[in-house]
Write a protein that binds this ligand. Structure first.
Ligand SMILES: *[C@@H]1O[C@H](CO)[C@@H](O)[C@H](O)[C@H]1NC(C)=O
Ligand SMILES: *[C@@H]1O[C@H](CO)[C@@H](O)[C@H](O)[C@H]1NC(C)=O
Length: 183
C-alpha cells in the first residue's frame, strides 16, 4: 500500500498523458479504474490537495500542533485523513470558518504521534544519520504510518549500527528489495 502511495506521487506528473483507450493510462491501471475516470479522480485529488494546504497551515499553529499528527490524502476513499492525537481538538478545528466548509472531506484517524513528536524524531534521526552515515537509505516522515520511515534500498548493506542507534525512536523500517518480492 505504501509503495502504491509513492507511485501515485511519482505518477501525478503524468497527468497530461493523453486519454484515448479503456485502461491505458498508467493511473487508470494503478487505481484500477477506466481511463475516462482518471480526470475525475485527478480533479478529486486536486480538491483534496487544496484543502490539505489550508488545513496544514492551521495544524502548524501552537494550539493544534500537539493535538494532530499530520494529514494525507486517501484517493480511494476520496477524503483527507487527519491523524488525530487529541480528539477533543476536532470540534475546535471544525468550527473554524476556514475549515468548516470542507468538513465532509475530512476523516479523523486516532494516532499516537503528534506532529511535534514526529518533527522531533525526524530531526534526531537525521542527526544520528549524520553520525552513522547509513548507506542506501531514505529517511522521511510518513503520515500514513504516522511515523518516520527509514527506507533501505538494499537489505544486504549492513546498517546495523545505525538501526540500533535509532531504535529508541521506533521508526518504521522498510527494505525495498523485500517489498518488491512481496508484490
Ligand atoms: C469501466 O467502464 C465499463 C463500461 O462503461 C464498466 O462496465 C466498468 O464497470 C468500468 N470499470 C470501472 C472500474 O469503473
Ligand atoms: C554488521 O555490522 C555489525 C557492526 O559493525 C557487526 O557486528 C555484524 O556482524 C555485521 N553483520 C553482518 C551480517 O555482516
Amino acid at each position: 500500500m505504501r509503495v502504491i502511495y509513492l507511485l501515485i506521487i511519482l505518477l501525478i506528473s503524468l497527468q497530461s498523458y493523453s486519454i484515448y483507450a479503456q485502461q491505458n493510462h498508467p493511473l487508470a491501471k494503478l487505481w484500477g479504474i477506466n481511463d475516462t475516470e482518471v480526470l475525475e479522480w485527478l480533479d478529486a485529488e486536486k480538491y483534496l490537495i487544496m484543502i490539505d494546504g489550508i488545513l496544514n497551515l492551521i495544524l502548524k499553529q501552537d494550539n493544534f500542533i500537539s493535538g494532530f499528527g499530520g494529514t494525507y490524502i486517501d484517493i480511494f476513499a476520496n477524503w483527507l485523513v487527519v491523524n488525530t492525537v487529541d480528539d477533543s481538538k476536532i470540534g475546535e478545528l471544525l468550527a473554524l470558518t476556514q475549515i468548516n466548509p470542507y468538513k465532509e472531506s475530512l476523516h479523523f484517524e486516532i494516532v499516537t504521534n503528534s506532529m511535534n513528536k514526529l518533527n522531533d524524531y525526524f530531526r534526531t534521526i537525521k542527526l544520528i544519520a549524520d553520525n552513522y552515515k547509513p548507506r542506501g537509505a531514505l529517511i522521511y516522515p510518513d503520515m500514513g504510518f504516522n511515523n518516520i520511515v527509514i527506507y533501505f534500498f538494499d537489505s544486504h548493506i549492513n546498517n546495523t549500527e545505525f538501526i540500533n542507534a535509532v531504535e529508541p525512536f521506533n521508526p518504521k523500517i522498510i527494505y525495498a528489495d523485500n517489498l518488491i518480492h512481496k508484490i
